[in-house]
Design a binder for this molecule. Structure first.
Ligand SMILES: Cc1ncc(COP(=O)(O)O)c(C=O)c1O
Length: 439
């Protein structure tokens, strides 16, 4: 069969690249091009592609065979121990593993509902969510997400949740002084709780730093402590979606650590096996698990949940993150890359902002930096910039959704050599200039 006759993916306007090998921070195409993976795939490859030590740990774990998800296996137990010992906030002892981030968020939402039901509080079935955001692609998680582009064609089947704005300091009303920005956004949450009634609200679901839907938007400093206080005051379960930000990506174990805030349920996993195996974790405070258990409820697993192979791969990745000091490296090299980008892009009129934390960086491109007017959708500007970057052997992860567009996301492997990271700002500059000057 001719390769060109193969239709993949299911539906797409673009022709898919064919990658024949990925190693370290590099992608190799069938045509012989070698591309620096400054997106870490879908911002997932925290320890680099296809490491032998991780792949061996995967195979070794999988040799334990198929063990029913609620049972224990050596690889599964080791991962739990490692997470509790080295990674999870204190008191967060309950965990469930699933394959994808979408399943993990859906599981977290179900756990929050079950927790309230187990306490006899059956009227709490609403969840407050934000826009922009991305929480997954199942019907439930697409409904929680503030991601118009990924709702196309399924809108009618999605439940409407009470929705507020995710903090977006660049585009906050000009009249709001910087030091009042946290209150500005917290007031929306306060008002939403009052309108719906706390007695109906099970959970608040949010990404600590908005990922690719918004382009690494860091909230104002007092926002997260304020959210924690409001959730505590109203008995609302705080679900932190750290699928993208967790496990060292932002220069901390988890992004909420930057504000010393602990969620009630933490969801994380892109960086858990770092692209080597499908595994995401849902972690909850002990009391949440105890309450559900005491009411005789369980949290159902999927057939492929917590396979020993992915658990083994994840243990190895966690070991590497610690041994190679990749949290510290992400913080230090992320700050350096951010500074390089800000300097290198400062005179480009079409760059509105470079933002993020650690090696999770977003660049927002606009038609006019003064008014923040965006390019028209038909201009497909981020696609053009990506094409220019690929021509220069660099991949970044294009982001944005709906009105939030032309967002360029960087999330290279945390162990990318400094000399390779140093090339990113120059290539991004050339790619943005080339794309914006030709339209
Ligand atoms: C913040 C966040 N939540 C959830 C998801 C969904 O994860 P998955 O694609 O593994 O279902 C993603 C994926 O990009 C994400 O970035």
């Amino acid at each position: 069969m001719n390769r060109k006759d193969i239709v993949y993916p299911f539906a797409s306007q673009e022709s898919a690249l064919e990658i024949v090998k990925a190693e370290g921070s590099w992608l190799y195409t069938r045509d012989g091009q070698k591309i620096l993976d400054a997106g870490g795939g879908a911002i997932v490859c925290n320890v680099g592609h296809a490491r032998d030590d991780v792949l061996n740990a995967y195979v070794e774990g999988q040799r334990e065979g198929y063990v029913l998800p609620p049972w224990r296996s050596p690889a599964r137990t080791e991962l739990c121990e490692r997470l509790i010992h080295d990674w999870l906030p204190q008191g967060m002892t309950r965990m469930q593993f699933v394959c994808s981030g979408s399943e993990a968020i859906e599981t977290a939402a179900k756990i929050a509902l079950q927790y309230h039901a187990a306490r006899g509080d059956k009227s709490r079935h609403q969840m407050i969510v934000r826009t922009p955001s991305y929480h997954g692609t199942t019907l439930a998680t697409a409904a929680l997400s503030g991601h118009p582009a990924r709702r196309a064609g399924i809108e009618a089947a999605l439940r409407e949740y009470p929705r507020i704005d995710a903090p977006y300091p660049l585009r906050a009303p000009a009249a709001t002084p910087k030091e009042e920005l946290s209150d500005f956004y917290l007031d929306q949450l306060r008002a939403c709780i009052n309108t719906i009634g706390a007695e109906h609200i099970a959970a608040f679901v949010a990404e600590p730093i908005v990922g690719s839907s918004g382009g690494m938007i860091v909230p104002p400093e007092d926002y997260w402590p304020g959210v924690r206080t409001l959730c505590d005051a109203h008995g609302i379960v705080l679900i932190a979606d750290e699928v993208m930000t967790g496990f060292a990506r932002t220069g901390a174990k988890f992004a909420l650590d930057h504000w010393q805030v602990r969620p009630d349920i933490l969801v994380a996993g892109k960086g858990l096996a770092g692209g080597h195996a499908p595994i995401n974790g849902v972690f909850a405070r002990s009391e949440i698990g105890e309450t559900i258990e005491a009411a005789g409820m369980t949290v159902m697993f999927h057939t492929y949940s917590a396979l020993s192979g992915p658990c083994g791969a994840a243990s190895k990745v966690l070991d590497i993150l610690k041994r190679e000091k990749l949290i510290e490296r992400s913080a230090a090299l992320g700050a350096k890359l951010m500074q390089d980008l800000r300097e290198s892009l400062s005179d480009i009129e079409q760059v509105a902002e470079v933002r993020g934390r650690g090696l999770l960086i977003g660049i927002e491109v606009v038609r006019d930096r003064d008014t923040l007017e965006r390019y028209a959708r038909e201009d497909a500007m981020s696609g053009k910039i990506l094409a220019e970057a690929m021509r220069r052997d660099l991949f970044f992860y294009p982001g944005g959704t709906g009105e939030v567009r032309d967002i360029l996301c960087l999330g290279p492997p945390l162990n990318t050599p400094a000399s390779d990271l140093d090339r990113i700002s120059g290539i991004m500059r050339d790619a943005i200039l080339a794309a914006t000057s030709t339209r």
